[in-house]
Design a protein. Structure first.
Lengths: 304, 557
């Protein structure tokens, strides 16, 4: 061969850095959060604006990676001149708005929402909610011992994850994650109306008979522990789940070549859970079934 | 491609492209999180075209499905190219400025009319036409592929055929337009980048290129063999000739994963000395003289891997290797020491810094930056360089920087294992969502819907053969036979059958596959075997014979 094949020498360095087309620059608007002036891009939400002002707004059904469904009403704020409180997660910021994030109306509303949830739902494994209840002085016991409850037996129908709908606050995050926001499997939706509404598979069939592919991206977004990997559920049941003793290490999944970051939660020398960071640009917190559940091979008895 | 062995684009680009040509890839199941990005693209208006013999779970998301006959990719690509030219949809400016060999290519594909394309590929002319027009007229377009392209005896030609389409339309070297092989293992890309290829040194630098080789010789202070070595298939041929007698296998299970297993077993057992370093006592380890228990590099060791978007990312030790198993790096350093070379304390970061010294494309990637920036994409030439979002933007410079990208005139060459009256059905192989390769890893967790190995048949073929769902049948190819239960699968066209190789201890699918390989890449034609299906009578002696054949394989594990 007289001609040198193109793969014989490394390609020359590009004279210019390859870049994405410039992002459309949106107009900036100014508004007031608790009397403090902040600027945000047109299209930003009140939550974005509050965070830009350094205010911490509690959320339950909101997640950066999901489309807001604004059902939980924990994030409400008071907009001057508005008749009702506005959900910060989905209300767009407007120029000149005056927003109060901790007004008496806001505090009362959040307190009531927490009381209604806590009186009817088991929030024992919901991280951060006990602190929130204390912050707003929520007293769910005031509805009495006979308050309506969504308590029901835990659904254990497979080896990978359990569904404890007595802990479900109907935030819709799992529905969103299983739907267009991430997984596009559509294995779960809300069935029923009013107090009887609940998350369900199609025709309420057991998971192994549903469309579920066990990616567990619903578990990742669940804010209350209603959806939980089975190993975690089992360890909690015998009182051995102890996050204080766990280490978390970010590494890359052992399977295909997409390069998903997996956070390995290790307790007592064993991997007890795998998650992925929501801020990761490859995964946005999502994994497939192998990434989330396929780690067991490194710790099976057959290696010992 | 074009001298850089990696996909050209980043995942974020597929969310903003206008046309996605998914060719020989069931990414929905094999690269699920990449498919999330792809679906974001589809939801934003991109047209998805799936080219696959099976109407896969990925194809079900497609606006257009080209169900081609296994191994007719070049026929289809040539016909697509011819249609693009006939309709005048080629990117004339790009072709003129950035490519070479165009006139010869135009003449070469001229006979590939839509009618001939349909005849040779089985894809209806109207579908070929729509594919060609959609791809060529999209402002941005991506081609993504997997093993449906590369597990063929003419794998390299298949890839070149896809490159031809990108060159013809200018769909490479721009944001949102590119050519992307999706890698099947977490470090296939990195392994190749590091020189775990017979003709490459670290940084994908060709070993037969003297100035490049000399740089390594200077860095290492030792002479390097100036000729390329053997790829995997070449190694087996060398064993056959008696030229390769000693083998050191790290984290690979060829006894199960290679095509034509009878031959593989004979050759591995015929070696004078076999060392296996693995997590498990695999079938290959059973045949070894020495077994070195290694570590799971993704969670028991420090290091880096490289993804399908050329992103180098850190793997970290989350727990220590069990028992007497050791970090693979420690094992290699210890072997070096016993061979008289003290490399000092094993350290993944020090090894990586050596890579940075010899590979210009990795020079800027310090561990500190990899930590802080969530990985970096090569090439990354210095500590200030951010890494390249997409490759080959040089082809759009005027004049083009570096060599022009060549067109290749490619002949359609159907699979080696021909269909005939004796072996009338096409068997193709692949992965399922929940499983992985020979099942060593994925066998460790219980998937609620795992059904084990099956011979997947089209409803028409199942009818014609008179076999029912779950019925055990004997599958025979020219090389061997296995017994497997039937699964009726509507995604298969008549004449096409499918198996995985995830359950080799139950059904040794690779007794059936053919080891016809690509002369350049050495990849075997796992995607195309000719088989027939035989019904089993109760107590069929044939079944007993096949079972003993299988047990013979099982006993070793």
């Amino acid at each position: 061969m007289t001609e040198t094949p193109i793969w014989f020498t490394p390609p020359p360095r590009s004279p210019r850095l390859p870049e994405a087309p410039p992002r459309e620059v949106r107009e900036r608007i100014a508004l007031e959060i608790d009397g403090e002036r902040v600027e945000v891009e047109q299209g930003a939400t009140l939550l974005d604006a509050c965070r830009a002002a350094g205010r911490e707004i509690p959320t339950l059904c909101y997640l950066e990676t999901l489309t807001p469904v604004n059902v939980c009403r924990i994030c409400v704020v008071e907009v001057e001149g508005a008749r009702v409180l506005a959900p910060a997660c989905s209300r767009k910021a407007e120029a000149g708005m005056k927003v109060a994030t901790e007004s008496p109306r806001v505090a009362t509303s959040r307190k009531l929402v927490l009381e209604l949830l806590a009186s009817s739902v088991d929030l024992s494994t919901a991280p951060g909610l006990a602190e929130l209840m204390a912050r707003y002085g929520a007293r769910p016991e005031r509805f009495g011992a006979n308050a309506a409850s969504v308590a029901q037996p835990v659904k254990v129908d497979n080896d990978l994850y359990v569904r404890d709908y007595g802990k479900c606050v109907l935030c819709y995050k799992c529905v969103e994650a299983c739907g267009v926001d991430a997984q596009n499997t559509f294995a779960i939706a809300v069935a029923g109306r009013g107090f009887d509404a609940g998350i369900s598979t199609e025709h309420d069939v057991p998971l192994p008979d549903s469309a579920c592919v066990y990616c567990g991206n619903c578990i990742a977004v669940c804010p209350t522990g209603a959806l939980m990997p089975k190993p975690e559920h089992d360890l909690r049941a015998v009182g051995r789940w102890d996050e204080a003793r766990q280490t978390r290490t970010d590494t890359i999944c052992a399977y295909c070549g997409v390069g998903c970051t997996v956070t390995l939660h290790v307790q007592d020398g064993a991997i007890v859970k795998a998650t992925s960071p929501f801020e990761n640009q490859v995964t946005r917190g999502n994994l497939c079934v192998k990434g989330r559940f396929g780690f067991e091979f490194v710790q099976l008895g057959r290696r010992r | 491609m074009f001298g850089a062995g990696g996909g050209t684009s980043s995942y974020r680009e597929i969310e903003e492209t206008d046309c996605i040509l998914l060719w020989g890839s069931n990414a929905r199941e094999t690269h699920p999180i990449f498919f999330h990005h792809l679906l974001k693209g589809v939801r934003s208006g991109a047209r998805l075209i799936a080219v696959d013999p099976r109407h896969t779970s990925s194809a079900r998301w497609a606006h257009l499905w080209a169900g081609l006959d296994v191994g007719s990719d070049i026929a289809l690509a040539n016909s697509v190219a011819r249609e693009i030219l006939a309709a005048g949809l080629e990117h004339k400016e790009f072709v003129e400025h950035a490519t070479s060999g165009f006139e010869a290519f135009r003449a070469h594909v001229e006979p590939w009319t839509l009618e001939r394309g349909e005849r040779e590929s089985g894809v209806p002319a109207a579908v070929i036409r729509e594919l060609a027009h959609t791809y060529a007229t999209a402002p941005r377009a991506m081609i993504c592929w997997t093993l449906g392209i590369t597990e063929h005896h003419n794998a390299v030609d298949n890839v070149l055929a896809l490159i031809n389409l990108a060159l013809l339309t200018g769909h490479v070297g721009r944001y949102g337009s590119g050519l992307n092989p999706l890698r099947g293992q977490n470090n296939v890309q990195g392994g190749g980048d590091m020189g775990a290829l017979p003709d490459r040194l670290a940084g994908f630098q060709h070993v037969e290129n003297e100035p490049l080789r000399q740089r390594f010789e200077a860095a290492w202070g030792v002479p390097i063999p100036p000729k390329k070595g053997w790829h995997l298939t070449g190694m087996f041929e060398a064993m056959e000739r008696g030229e390769l007698t000693h083998l050191y296998v790290l984290g690979e299970n060829p006894m199960r994963s290679e095509a034509d297993q009878h031959r593989t077993r004979k050759l591995l057992e015929g070696l004078e000395f076999l060392v296996v370093q693995d997590l498990f006592r695999t079938a290959t380890a059973e045949a070894a003289d020495v077994v070195l228990p290694g570590s799971a590099s993704w969670c028991e060791a420090e290091g880096t891997v490289t993804s399908s978007e050329r992103r180098v990312q850190r793997v970290r030790r989350a727990l220590p290797p069990p028992g007497e198993a050791r970090d693979d790096l420690e094992i290699l350093f210890e072997i070096a020491r016993r061979l008289g070379h003290d490399w000092g304390e094993p350290s993944a970061e020090r090894v990586w810094d050596e890579v940075r010294r010899v590979s210009p494309a990795h020079a800027g990637m310090s561990y500190a930056r990899l930590e802080a920036e969530g990985g970096l994409q090569w090439p990354c030439y210095d500590e200030e360089h951010p890494g390249e979002l997409f490759l080959h933007s040089r082809l759009w410079e005027r004049p083009v920087v570096g060599p022009r990208a060549p067109f290749h005139c490619l002949e359609h060459d159907p699979p080696v294992d021909r269909l005939d009256e004796e072996f009338p059905l096409r068997l193709t192989t692949g992965r399922r969502l929940e499983d992985f390769n020979t099942g060593v890893q994925s066998g460790g967790y219980v998937y609620p819907r795992r059904r084990g190995e099956t011979l997947d048949l089209s409803p028409e073929d199942a009818d014609r053969l008179g076999v029912a769902e779950g019925e055990r049948v004997r599958v025979r190819s020219r090389r061997g036979a296995v017994v497997a239960p039937v699964h009726i699968d509507e995604s298969l066209r008549p004449g096409l059958t499918f198996m995985t190789f995830h359950f080799p201890e139950e059904v040794a699918t690779n007794l059936l596959t053919i080891d016809a390989t690509d002369p350049v890449s050495g990849t075997a034609e796992f995607k195309a075997a000719a088989i027939r299906v035989e019904r089993l009578a109760a107590g069929d002696s044939a079944e007993r014979r096949d079972r003993s054949e299988r047990n013979d394989l099982v006993e070793a594990t």
